[in-house]
Design a protein around this ligand. Structure first.
Ligand code: ZN
Length: 219
């Protein structure tokens, strides 16, 4: 095991791109893994490839499209209209059950094969939807489970866990990639890169965070 290597779970979105560059600062060598999980916007992976290339990071793209077909959700099923708001007593239909459980488990097995024990993921408990598999308790629990499952000493790093979108933009700026992330990442649920469609919940959250950060920076 080489302690200074990390594997980043990378989607080409704002959060995981920030994590990719965070990892490049924190570790000697960084590799990344992207998942095709049946998402409607496979353009995500093309953008991820382009960003990984600019970051000089080796990217593994893995087809796990069965994950999307296990449940009904609006990210993988084009016939479902996306929830604009979080329903009162459930999760929005953009929730893909088990996604981070599968992603991180697969990432850990892949990392093990490469002699890597540090895993990096862009999940955030501060995020608007409160997906259960983005919470700190889940990540800690899974970290223990992965270690027990493979008799390893994995460390899952979550640099964005306790920060909001404005602070994520601040981190991108500090890492010198604010413009790259503004222009090249895809967060929009309607599949439009950069500033996106401007209307979906992901675009609103991204824009509000950016405006908040830029206002703070101007002072
Ligand atoms: Zn959008």
């Amino acid at each position: 095991m080489i302690a200074s290597q990390a594997l980043v779970v990378f989607s080409g979105g704002q959060d995981s791109t920030t994590c990719l560059f965070w990892a490049k600062r924190a570790f000697e060598k960084v590799v990344a893994i992207s998942f095709l999980y049946g998402q409607k916007h496979q353009k995500e992976v093309e953008l991820a490839r382009a960003i990984a290339q600019q970051a000089d990071v080796e990217l593994e793209v893995m087809d796990v499209s069965f994950i999307g077909s296990l449940s009904h959700n609006s990210l993988t099923d084009a016939s479902i209209v996306m929830d604009a708001e979080k329903p009162a007593e459930s999760y929005p239909n953009t929730f893909v059950p088990g996604r981070n459980l599968f992603f991180l488990s697969i990432a850990a097995v892949y990392a093990r094969g490469k002699g890597i024990r540090h895993l990096v993921t862009g999940v955030s408990q501060t995020d608007f939807s409160g997906y259960p598999d983005c919470r700190d308790t889940f990540i800690r629990s899974l970290n223990v489970t992965l270690n027990l499952a493979m008799d390893e000493q994995f460390v899952i790093h979550t640099p964005l866990m306790w920060i909001d979108k404005a602070a994520t933009w601040a981190l991108a700026d500090e890492l010198g990639v604010l413009e790259l992330i503004r222009e090249q990442t895809l967060t929009c649920y309607n599949g439009i890169a950069g500033a996106g469609c401007g209307r979906c919940p992901a675009c609103r959250l991204r824009r509000e965070g950016l405006e908040k950060y830029l206002a703070v920076r101007a002072h």
